[in-house]
Design a binder for this molecule. Structure first.
Ligand code: ADP
Ligand code: MG
Length: 213
């Protein structure tokens, strides 16, 4: 099993993530309907489709961060909602850490996640427990840090991050929103997870699967 995510694997990661979001577009929009305004799935799939077209034309062999740079620029330039720019900055942080390297190692993935978490917090001020994507980012980032410190194999680390993000996302079902539109919905959102957090869980699951592919 590879201990790095090579440039080719990063491309599979991005495409796998796009496929996963596209497959669940309706579900994600439905979640946003319950906790916001119902545009999330459409916004995400539209931006990811645009990114897929940009990726087909970009030279993503330039480095392990290239595909994320394309994703980041696409989301920052062409996506709507509150989450569009936040995801744009999130992808951009992965792009920056991977820039100029042939592959992502575990410490690089831990660094990109920690940077992305810090960026999302700086822009949106959400803390753990506010019912946002941060509730999936934080546990995944911590899992990667712990795995990097322990010197775990990459597959194990990504499995732990994907599981932690999933658990964090599911846990938002029981949280009252304190940021964004979901804060106006109150108890009506209880019982459904936050769509941004669910999407972050798909992101880490796709990373784990790209390692096998
Ligand atoms: P809206 O329609 O409210 O403008 P989107 O539907 O594009 O926003 O995105 C909603 C998602 O954005 C939520 O599921 C949540 O994860 C995320 N989100 C909203 N506000 C914040 C914030 N302040 N910090 C982090 N994430 C946020
Ligand atoms: Mg919305």
């Amino acid at each position: 099993m590879a201990d790095h995510l090579s440039t080719a694997r990063v491309q599979r990661w991005v495409h796998g993530f796009t496929d996963a979001v596209e497959e669940r577009g309706e579900y994600l929009t439905d979640l946003d309907r319950r906790s916001g305004d119902g545009d999330f799935g459409t916004n995400m799939t539209t931006a990811l489709r645009r990114a897929r077209r940009a990726l087909a034309e970009a030279d993503t062999r330039a480095g392990a961060g290239s595909a994320f740079q394309v994703l980041g620029e696409t989301f920052l330039g062409h996506s709507g909602g509150t989450s569009g720019p936040l995801f744009g900055m999130w992808f951009r942080d992965f792009g920056k850490v991977g820039a100029g390297s042939g592959a992502f190692s575990l410490p690089m993935l831990a660094e990109a996640s920690a940077n992305g978490w810090a960026t999302v917090t700086r822009l949106g001020s959400a803390r753990v427990g506010d019912r946002t994507m941060v509730d999936a980012i934080a546990p995944a980032s911590r899992a990667l840090d712990e795995a990097a410190e322990a010197g775990s194999p990459l597959a194990e680390a990504l499995e732990a991050a994907a599981a932690a993000a999933h658990e964090g996302a599911e846990g938002t079902s029981g949280l009252l929103g304190r940021r964004g539109r979901t804060s106006y919905v109150g108890e009506a959102a209880l019982g459904s997870p936050d769509p941004g957090a669910v999407t972050i869980a798909l992101f880490y699951r796709a990373a784990r699967e790209a390692l096998d592919a």
